[in-house]
Design a binder for this molecule. Structure first.
Ligand code: ADP
Ligand code: MG
Length: 581
């Protein structure tokens, strides 16, 4: 055979074998392009596991009309100019071969309108050949439709798995990106049905709840650390990891992003599992979402065409940081507050009702029956919340024993043991105390200049505008800023300034669920102001919450109607241990 230089089309099809392994790889490349184009909304639609159709629409900057044909040309990229750039890549793409590869093995339509243009361009292609090009009236952004993937590469087609498998791969990928980019709204449609949507409100934990579900999220804790590498470059690790009681038999839910790039790095994944050493059995793996940020020149992303592997200048430093950050977060809740007291050995998942005594005592009788301690005055001297006169007790005085799982406070009282949900209890306390202040026509202390802005929809903006004066006495001082932006001028003093925006988003959610404005305001404030699940509390902090809970009007029920505590009476304990019959 004679030696000939391969045509561009053949080269693209060969490259497609590396870049485009399966439908999920197409979705990954298209999502990365949309993110590189600064999209705030990304819609992904698939049919038949992506085999029939994959469509990714974004509202990013779009492509200039002259450059549209270039976008689908091999080694054409707007993201890399010279070799040096390779060592400090800030975009997800840079090789300029993904689109060329994808369109060479499918029927493709690319529609794009650049934000400086009045019209968009539509290209239709088949197996890499241009069929048509025309001007079209479309909104700013890019829509790429890939149909009949691998129709002209039968070998590839044969290797495709069942639709359900491909669908799962795509869904995992999409939800991973939604978690790594909480500021971007992702919507996922499968065969005409919406199966996932993130809000794009920038709050990672909201997306994690959407992806893993609330029950799983409740068993996860926040991790976060930042350290300095060399001179002033930062290594940041943040995210959520599961407590040791939640685990699974594969590593598929260990989600790792480095500088916003999804990576499958065995070393890094190992650092995560190592953090659970002695906490998880062999062969069990945690849930984790970890976003690692390093300086761009600290990491080489050009190791593999799919860019799933990365190489760190100092991998040791990164692995140690990841491992230590998780380990510290895991160990903390297991320690009690002070003085080297022993670890509280209590299961974090408690036996349910059946046969066991952990039940809610709703009778309210407990507080009557129980003798108050003799030194009641001493307890009174402890400040209760917002400087109001002491209210009547609704719970007996409880002594905090410790914290479990970063979520629950264990306390004992004359009538037995109490397990208190720290978030719900604190929420109840704040709600109660705020209602009390308002009833006595006392102002709610605020701090001014929270200065946070929140983007809302037009209809939401109009709702907020109408209720601005109602919100003010509640310590939610807003100002409309343009038609879809709300500026938080001031917010109740107990809300950390950086979380002021969440008060607005929470408020809107409650209003959409048809809550009364006043109730919604109180609920939003108490929800955001309360300590969070997974937050480690000192003995004093826990005692403070409990002390205030003891005087709430309805200490057993949170503002949203959930139980705040489980109580096991001394009697129940005795009989559970067979000491009484
Ligand atoms: P790379 O992302 O590595 O540059 P691609 O083949 O994925 O290569 O894309 C080629 C070029 O097409 C990009 O550099 C970019 O200029 C343009 N492009 C592709 N998708 C989009 C999009 N969704 N929005 C704006 N520009 C895009
Ligand atoms: Mg790309």
């Amino acid at each position: 055979m004679t030696i000939e230089v391969l045509s561009d089309l053949v080269i693209s099809q060969i490259a497609a074998g590396e870049v485009v392994e399966r439908p999920a790889s197409v979705v990954k490349e298209l999502i990365e392009n949309a993110l590189d184009a600064d999209a705030k909304n990304i819609y992904v639609e698939i049919q038949e596991g992506g085999r029939r159709l994959i469509r990714v629409s974004d509202d990013g900057v779009g492509i200039l009309p002259d450059e549209v044909p270039l976008a689908i040309t091999r080694h054409a990229t707007s993201k890399l100019r010279q070799t040096e750039d390779l060592y400090a890549i800030k975009t997800l793409g840079f090789r300029g071969e993904a689109l060329a590869s994808i369109v060479s093995v499918s029927s493709a339509t690319l529609v794009s309108r650049h934000r400086q243009e009045k019209m968009g361009v539509e290209l239709r292609m088949q197996g890499g050949e241009l069929l048509s090009k025309r001007a079209v009236g479309v909104p700013v952004g890019t829509v790429i439709t890939i149909e009949n993937l691998f129709y002209n590469t039968p070998a590839r087609l044969k290797f495709m798995k069942a639709d359900t498998t491909e669908r799962r791969h795509i869904q995992n990928l999409l939800t991973d990106y939604a978690m790594a980019y909480p500021h971007v709204r992702f919507v996922f449609m499968q065969d005409g049905r919406e199966v996932f949507r993130s809000s794009g409100n920038g709050v990672l934990e909201d997306v994690v709840v959407k992806v893993f579900g609330l029950d799983t999220f409740k068993q996860m804790i926040a991790v976060s650390s930042e350290e300095t590498l060399r001179t002033s470059s930062r290594l940041r690790v943040r995210g959520f990891v599961s407590l040791p009681d939640l685990h699974r038999n594969d590593r598929s839910r260990v989600v790792l992003f480095v500088n916003g790039r999804a990576v499958q790095d065995n070393g890094l994944a190992h650092a995560v599992t190592q953090a659970y050493h002695m906490l998880l059995e062999r062969g069990r793996y945690p849930y984790a979402v970890l976003l690692v940020d390093v300086p761009p020149d600290f990491v080489d992303v050009n190791v593999h065409p799919t860019k799933a592997e990365v190489r760190f200048q100092d991998s040791g430093a990164v692995f140690v940081a990841v491992q230590r950050t998780i380990r510290e977060a895991l160990i903390q809740p297991l320690r009690t507050g002070e003085g080297g007291k022993p670890v509280v050995a209590m299961p974090t998942t408690l036996p349910q009702q059946q046969g066991m005594g952990w039940v809610l005592d709703t009778s309210g009788r407990t507080s009557m029956r129980e003798p108050l301690p003799e030194r009641e005055e001493e307890l009174e001297a402890i400040p209760t919340g917002m400087g109001k006169p002491a209210k009547p007790r609704t719970l007996p005085p409880l002594r905090v024993v410790g914290q479990v799982g970063g979520m629950y406070i264990i306390a004992e009282g004359p009538a037995g043991v109490y397990l208190i949900d720290q978030h719900l209890a604190h929420e109840t306390v704040i709600y109660d105390e705020l209602s009390d202040l308002l009833q006595r026509e006392q102002p709610i202390p605020i701090h001014e200049g929270a200065g946070v802005t929140v983007d809302v929809r037009g209809t939401q903006a109009r709702v907020l505008e109408a209720i601005l004066p109602v919100l003010e006495p509640y310590g939610i001082v807003l100002e409309m800023f343009g038609t879809t932006t709300v500026l938080v001028r001031a917010v109740a003093g107990f809300v950390p300034p950086e979380r002021a925006g969440e008060v607005v988003t929470r408020l809107l959610l409650l209003l959409e669920a048809r809550a009364e404005v006043e109730t919604a305001a109180l609920q939003a404030l108490s929800n955001v102001g309360a300590v969070r699940m997974g937050q480690r509390l000192t003995q004093d902090e826990m005692q403070e919450i409990v002390r205030r809970l003891e005087r709430c009007a309805t200490p057993l029920q949170s503002p949203s109607g959930r139980r705040t505590l489980l109580h096991m009476s001394a009697d129940q304990l005795l009989s559970e241990f067979g000491r009484r019959d």
